[in-house]
Design a protein around this ligand. Structure first.
Ligand SMILES: Cc1cc2nc3c(=O)[nH]c(=O)nc-3n(C[C@H](O)[C@H](O)[C@H](O)COP(=O)(O)OP(=O)(O)OC[C@H]3O[C@@H](n4cnc5c(N)ncnc54)[C@H](O)[C@@H]3O)c2cc1C
Length: 368
């Protein structure tokens, strides 16, 4: 059984179902209204997440390699497209980071994955700090729609006999032969083995044995809605990760114009804070996601977007709140916390693109 059906949990369910075991996943659906929602939220309620092999950390590159390799199969089997291979520019002006990325790029090259290194990125539509080194990766890097991707992963799981239950797990208890999971509303599910992949809410499940440290922080993204003319001007723009010289923010990540479920086309930009805003408990996380404190970042994030894309014309701007789960290692935890009980959590802000591979690892671990 898998609890939580985001990119990791859906990946775990897909992998488990593919082995032929009886697999069930319980996942909270995306709330129609954040303001009135009482249950868990998620880190993937959006239409754009950067996908790339290029990274400063080999493990993330390897997770990406495994996950990206599976995108075509997941899209084809499910009939749901989610991958937009427009390429990525990863720019950094941090000496240690440049060296780390170079080392990863060399290893990727040995596996046939090409990343070019340039002293600058020459596209007049994008303004990156001239002191930054630019690592440029073409397709299949680009971006994914994480909502559509999880739907596709779950569709694959169901094709292999996996069951998807829309609901919230509130507690877990050891019983003879495995674990009993209590759902909101009173139902229970017994399972021999359980994977908990609840994103920022993983540690909130009552009865869970102690979990390794998962530090949840608040994140804000700004979205610029662009019209047809601006979409045409920006056509072919890659995803961009770039440093910024800003008192509040360290770097930015940009997803180029992307379709959203309301029919709009949006550019999305997020930024890493110098000082993370901790969300230490369930109450703080829910209050953050339900509230409008995120709007306070609108002016600053709009300024960063306009600096990165000079001359950008947007029809309207808005911010959205999100949650990111960090671990002390900077890598996800995929491990047993008790017999037959595995957690897969700790996205560190990088796991949408690789959730399928991380979930598959959790599934292999749980199934022994
Ligand atoms: C603003 C922002 C930008 C990001 N940008 C990128 C990017 O560009 N590239 C990238 O690769 N990654 C990015 N990430 C990170 C990425 O979104 C996360 O790594 C990914 O969503 C993590 O997947 P997950 O399955 O661990 O958790 P989640 O996406 O949080 O999914 C967990 C799911 O479990 C459900 N759940 C929790 N508890 C329960 C319960 N008790 N019962 C039932 N269901 C439960 C939740 O409702 C949720 O649906 C970004 C994250 C944020 C917030």
């Amino acid at each position: 059984m898998v609890i939580g059906l985001g990119p990791m949990g859906a990946g775990a369910l897909r992998a488990a179902a593919a082995t032929g075991v009886r697999a069930v996943g319980v996942g909270s659906p995306e709330p129609a209204s954040f303001a009135t929602h009482a249950g868990p939220f998620a880190s993937h309620y959006d239409s754009g997440r950067v996908t790339r092999h290029v990274d400063a950390t080999w493990e993330w590159a390897e997770f990406a390699r495994q996950a990206i390799a599976a995108y075509p199969t997941i899209e084809e089997r499910s009939g749901i497209t989610f991958h937009r291979p427009v390429g990525v520019v990863y720019a950094t002006n941090v000496r240690d980071e440049i060296a780390a990325v170079e080392s990863v790029v060399t290893r990727l090259g040995a596996l046939g994955i090409a990343v070019e290194q340039h002293a600058a990125f020459h596209d007049p539509r994008v303004a990156i700090d001239p002191a930054a080194v630019c690592f440029v990766e073409g397709a299949p890097a680009g971006h994914v729609d994480p909502r559509r991707m999880t739907a596709a992963q779950l569709a694959c799981a169901q094709l292999d006999g996996g069951r998807v239950v829309r609901g919230v797990a509130v507690a877990i208890e050891r019983v003879s032969g495995g674990w009993r999971v209590y759902l909101h509303g009173g139902d229970t599910v017994d399972a021999e083995r359980v994977i908990v992949a609840g994103g920022p809410h993983t540690a909130e499940l009552a009865g869970l044995p102690p979990v390794p440290p998962l530090d949840v922080r608040a994140e804000v993204v700004v979205m610029a809605v662009v019209d047809a003319a601006e979409q045409a001007r920006l056509a072919g723009l890659p995803s961009v990760i770039a440093p910024v010289d800003d008192p509040q923010f360290l770097d930015v990540y940009l997803v180029p114009p992307t379709d959203y479920p309301d029919g709009s086309v949006r550019i999305k930009l997020g930024a890493t804070r110098h000082a993370p805003v901790a969300m230490p408990d369930a109450a703080a996380r829910r209050a953050w996601m339900r509230g409008d404190a995120h709007t306070a970042d609108l002016a600053a994030l709009r300024r960063l977007t306009e600096a990165l894309l000079p001359g950008l014309r947007a029809e309207r701007w808005e911010t959205k709140p999100c949650l990111i789960t960090d671990t002390p290692t900077g890598l996800p935890y995929v491990e047993h916390i008790a017999d037959d009980l595995v957690i897969a959590a700790g996205c560190n802000g990088y796991a949408a693109k690789s959730g399928d591979a991380i979930g598959a690892l959790a599934s292999r671990l749980a199934l022994g």
